[in-house]
Design a protein around this ligand. Sequence first.
Ligand code: IPE
Ligand code: IPE
Ligand code: MG
Length: 250
Amino acid sequence: MSEKLQSINLNKIPNHIAVIMDGNGRWAKNKGMQRVFGHKNALTAVREAVAGASEIGSKFITLYAFSTENWKRPKLEVDTLMGLLISSLKKELPDFHKNGIKVNSIGALEQLPKKAQKVLQHVIDETSKNTKITLTFALSYGSREEIVNAIKNISKKVVNNEIDIKKIDEKIINNHLYTFNLPDVDLMIRTSGEQRISNFLLWQMAYAELYFTDVLWPDFRKDHLFDAILDYQNRERRFGKTSEQIDTNG
Ligand code: IPE
Ligand code: IPE
Ligand code: MG
């Protein structure tokens, strides 16, 4: 068993971990290869991150796999990513079952190629009864677009007298986001040394702890996740209160 895993306090585990899986292109370039080679070598890292999160008892892990902005990349790269999405989902389905993984997705899924939508829906349906951990793929996801959609949908309901404007609160907004069935993010990890959010879960990360590592995504392993967890466990989440209040009230 990993030494790092043994140092983790199992009573202080982030319930929801979100990951910006970044650095595939640079990983490939470092090896003198094309960018897509990095994407093709990213699956092990995905498996390790999910297995690690599951081992420590996190109930939710959300992976940023493709942003609304990523559609602007060269066609070859976009096509390769969509192809990998389809083949990886198919390949991993038996392991999702074996490991109790429930698959979920967020984003403008209607923008994905039909084939990808179909495979994704199949995997979501097939794994819907699994309960160990919920694995959410953010695909064609953009947080601003998500918020715009929520506002449109809430406005429609106001116009149709389904929602009273005075009753609009954080809960109603939450319920109209792609993440309506997910809790707030506790820990956000970004690989590759970039220290930004890149339009990921802006609302849901309001009080998340942020962790940045220089590791490039294809090199990410369980022990890197455990490093992030150990760092998280050394932080004091105050949610606006004072340190003294946290000490006495827990
Ligand atoms: C992350 O790696 C994967 C996706 C955004 C799909 P990148 O492809 O962004 O890799 P870098 O940041 O260019 O190294
Ligand atoms: C963010 O990474 C999106 C994903 C990891 C899917 P990018 O590499 O696209 O982000 P920027 O453009 O460098 O901010
Ligand atoms: Mg990048």
